[in-house]
Design a binder for this molecule. Structure first.
Ligand code: ISL
Ligand code: CA
Length: 540
């Protein structure tokens, strides 16, 4: 069993959002040389794979998720030589690099799209162009960032489809030339030594029809493009013709998947994705859409996690990324900042699957402390704020919605030390540094054995040395409003994890088990849990 694990199941992934990780030349923007300068710190943490959010040239409407050239490096981040240096330096340290692959859409500045605006261009069919219905757009679909999905282009006399921002036109995956281009792009990076891809919104590539969608509160039209047969075929073809020829893996970002549709995308025998990010657990603290917050409950969270742990043979486990608020602010408790961040760490590293840590999570970075909309950069936040304003939502409510949910919560610069701009840059960064950087930073936690970062280090090492944690089965033992207990087992060894998601003491005795680790100082486990305490027990 143990030997059947692949390296991408053994290793822990660390996600870098390059723009906010480390600036090396004082322009306030993170870059590749900055990443190179921090590889030793990542190695020290114990991670084995680095996922880079997009580093390709981009007009930055969606900060890299709108790509204008798939075969080059964003000059703000460096050059191709810097990328090659990063790959070589990573390899020296036995760190693998995974890139973001954004192939549902390009930037509207991509040469393909610019050429496709001409009705007679061979590139016309790279995108989805349609005439309007009278003065109305071709269909009634609504988009991921709120609002319309069709943009009229004067030059063309037609509309193009964009499921995200209007500067992110969707590619036409019915066109075999698009497939051929993407295969070339993937080979280009794999040949350079990249170890795989995180595949952006990968289950919406194929649009089965462009008919009107059923009216829905969110994503009207999605029944025509979510996890369609055409997408499964595309994934199998990319796997067969490209990915299977390299020692690499894919993790799909798959939106609105159920355990069943997820299995169809990642079950090993289907030869599509190796694993995927599902969203269900991230939606347990919201009503319908993320802008309407619902009180977080450990129990609801646990229920969702358990369901997915049991439904899929392998999970991509994450509590944070560049689209989500900070987990300690959201699933933890700021009064128990350190304890709750450590609890989340213990949980993440003891679930079955590949753990993904987002930059700053390992030091308990928190949601932003902005005071007004003009300090935010995210296109989504500005769109939603404007829509809420149009709907007559009071200003205070609009602001609260943005505060709790904005993607900029996770995008503030990495907090390295207590010097100016948190050691991220020598100049004013592109997005404000959280003022708590003087107390929450890497430097202050590096040599402190009781820090959150040290807990991550300990847990990564514990997982690395435990076949049970890596390969063992998962079984939920208890889920109540605020308690979550589960067992990982392999070959007669059982490890029990008990998590107290509350500010109260709780009791859950576990006979005949010895304490392996707690986020409190204790020698034995007597069945009592302190607020936000997490324990790992070994059964006799
Ligand atoms: O961010 C979201 C919810 O807040 C999602 O709806 C998100 O848009 C969706 O998960 C897709 O995300 C990915 O593709 C987007 C990009 O903006 C995100 O950063 C990326 O992770 C478009 O490329
Ligand atoms: Ca820079």
């Amino acid at each position: 069993m143990v030997n059947v694990l692949k390296w991408w199941q053994e290793r822990v992934v660390y996600q870098i959002y390059p723009r906010s990780f480390q600036d090396s030349n004082g322009d306030g923007i993170g870059d590749l040389q900055g990443i190179i300068s921090r590889l030793d710190v990542l190695k020290d943490l114990g991670v084995g794979i680095i996922w880079l959010s997009p580093v390709y040239p981009s007009p930055n409407v969606d900060y890299g998720y709108d790509i204008s050239d798939y075969l080059d490096i964003n000059p703000e981040f460096g050059t191709m030589a810097d990328m090659e240096e990063l790959l070589a330096e990573a390899e020296k340290r036995d760190l693998k690099i995974v890139m973001d692959l954004v192939i549902n859409h390009t930037s509207d500045q991509h040469p393909w799209f610019q050429k496709s605006r001409d009705q007679n261009s061979p590139y016309r069919d790279y995108y989805i162009w349609r005439p309007g219905k009278g003065r109305r757009p071709p269909n009634n679909w609504s988009g991921f960032f709120g609002g319309r999905t069709w943009q009229y282009d004067e030059k063309s006399g037609e509309y193009y489809l964009h499921l995200f921002a209007k500067n992110q036109p969707d590619l036409n995956w019915r066109n075999p030339k698009v497939m051929a281009e993407v295969k070339e792009i993937m080979r280009f990076w794999l040949d350079k030594g990249v170890a795989g891809f995180r595949c952006d919104v990968i289950n919406i590539l194929y649009k089965t029809s462009l008919e009107d969608g059923r009216k829905s509160l969110i994503l009207t039209g999605s029944e025509h493009y979510l996890s369609q047969a055409g997408t499964h075929e595309i994934l199998r073809e990319l796997r067969r013709d490209v990915l299977d020829h390299y020692d690499c893996f894919t993790v799909g970002e798959t939106v609105f998947v159920t355990p069943k549709t997820a299995l169809d995308l990642m079950a090993p025998e289907r030869k599509e994705l190796n694993m995927l990010f599902s969203f269900a657990h991230m939606e347990t603290d919201q009503y319908i859409v993320k802008w309407f917050k619902r009180r977080f409950r450990g129990g609801r969270f646990a229920k969702s996690i358990s369901k997915w742990q049991t439904a899929l043979p392998w999970n991509a486990n994450y509590f944070e990324n560049h689209d989500q608020p900070r987990s300690v602010s959201r699933f933890g408790n700021m009064e128990y900042w350190e304890k709750s961040a450590k609890l989340l760490c213990i949980m993440l590293l003891t679930l079955r699957g590949t753990p993904f840590i987002y930059q700053g999570q390992e030091i308990g970075m928190t949601n932003f402390d902005f005071t007004s909309m003009d300090q935010l950069r995210d296109v989504e936040s500005h769109n939603i704020y404007a829509i809420a304003k149009g709907l007559g939502f009071p200003k205070a409510l609009r602001w609260r919605m943005i505060q709790a949910t904005s993607r900029d919560n996770a995008r503030t610069p990495m907090q390295w030390d207590s010097s100016a701009y948190a050691g991220f840059s020598t100049n004013e960064p592109w997005l404000g540094v959280n003022k708590n950087y003087s107390s929450i930073n890497v430097e202050s936690q590096l040599d402190d054995p009781d820090s959150i970062r040290s807990m991550y280090k300990t847990m990564i090492a514990l997982r690395a040395g435990s076949d049970t944690l890596k390969a063992g089965s998962f079984e939920a033992l208890k889920i109540s409003k605020e308690l979550f207990a589960y067992r990982r087992s392999l070959k007669g060894e059982g490890l029990v994890v008990i998590l107290n998601f509350s500010t109260r003491q709780q009791r859950l005795p576990w006979e005949g088990a010895v304490l392996v680790l707690s986020n409190y100082e204790r020698q034995v486990y007597d069945g009592n849990l302190e607020p936000y305490e997490a324990v790992i027990l070994k059964e006799a």
